[in-house]
Design a protein around this ligand. Structure first.
Ligand code: GDP
Ligand code: MG
Length: 274
């Protein structure tokens, strides 16, 4: 679960992760929460519903909870929580490009050297972007050919995609073309014509930075490819963490732009011109 204060300031991140298994009873949970948030924890609320939590059974592993030092939180007047949104994103690309490394660097802020090749793994993270909390539901997928049949399923009903290749592997760059094709098939046939943002990530920047000869796909080529498909180009490294947060923040901002009625029209106009 994710803990935050009412004002939403917990260091840089504005929420901290806590494993539910760490707490055996409610009192212990409050004590631990207070320690993590560096405050006196007295009351606890579900960030989604503003309902007070009195029992740990009421909390699920991916809930966001607000801790207060005694203050009560009342639900918004319209009964809806306008401060929280949820977005769904799939991380896609060939095997070994760093999909899991990027996802874990973002979700848990660590780098894993030998992560099991994923079949599929779902993560949730509460992210504060431009002072608005967003729950990001991230699907880390498998790139191996044997899972090709699952690709369409992974791409269905998502708010957008993060497509990853490795700068030091031209093959991994070329292997992204089928994903763009699938994206067209899935999203352009939608009756709602929903625009689905794509962030194109050129990963393993650290390797190329220390040895430029290892680079197999130039920056301009990556940028051209992104422009051709209406994607946003980004260079990153899961090892150093460079741009990793930026990838997900850009994604959230892009989805928000689409959800603004005014911008929707702009996007449609662009599509027509092209
Ligand atoms: P996935 O199959 O796309 O999920 O790839 P993984 O995340 O499992 O990464 C494959 C290999 O590349 C692992 O050995 C990682 O340690 C390594 N790796 C991933 N991202 C980076 C990166 O940014 N820089 C470097 N140097 N290695 C990386
Ligand atoms: Mg993986």
């Amino acid at each position: 679960m994710y803990l935050r204060t009412e004002s939403g300031t917990v260091g840089r991140d504005k929420s901290v992760y806590m494993d539910l298994k760490q707490s055996t009873d409610f009192k212990k949970f409050l004590k631990l929460s207070g320690k993590k948030l560096k405050m006196k924890a007295v009351k606890c609320y579900n960030a989604n519903t503003s309902q007070e939590i009195l029992n740990l059974d009421e909390v699920k592993a991916d809930d966001v909870v607000i801790i207060t030092s005694g203050k009560s939180i009342s639900p918004p007047a319209n009964g809806l929580n306008t401060s929280q949104e949820t977005m769904f994103v799939s991380v896609l690309g060939a095997g070994g490009v760093g999909k899991s490394a990027i996802t874990l660097r973002f979700v848990r802020d660590f780098f894993v050297n030998n992560w099991d090749p994923t079949i599929e793994d779902a993560y949730r993270k509460a992210v504060d972007v431009d002072n608005k909390l967003c729950i990001l539901d991230i699907l880390d997928t498998a790139g191996q050919d044997e899972f090709e049949s699952l690709r369409a399923q992974w791409m269905m009903d998502k708010d957008g995609y993060i497509l990853v290749y490795s700068m030091k592997s031209r093959t991994s760059f070329e292997e992204l073309t089928p994903f763009f094709k699938l994206h067209k098939q899935i999203n352009e046939s939608r009756s709602s014509e929903k625009h689905v943002p794509i962030i194109l990530v050129a990963n393993k920047k650290d390797i190329v930075d220390s040895d430029s000869k290892s680079r197999q796909v130039s920056q301009s080529e990556g940028m051209e490819f992104a422009a051709k498909h209406g994607a946003i180009y980004c260079e990153a490294s899961a090892v150093t963490g460079e741009n990793v947060v930026g990838i997900f923040e850009t994604f959230i901002r892009e989805v928000r732009k689409i959800n603004l009625p005014q911008k929707k029209d702009t996007i449609r106009q662009c599509c027509c011109i092209l």
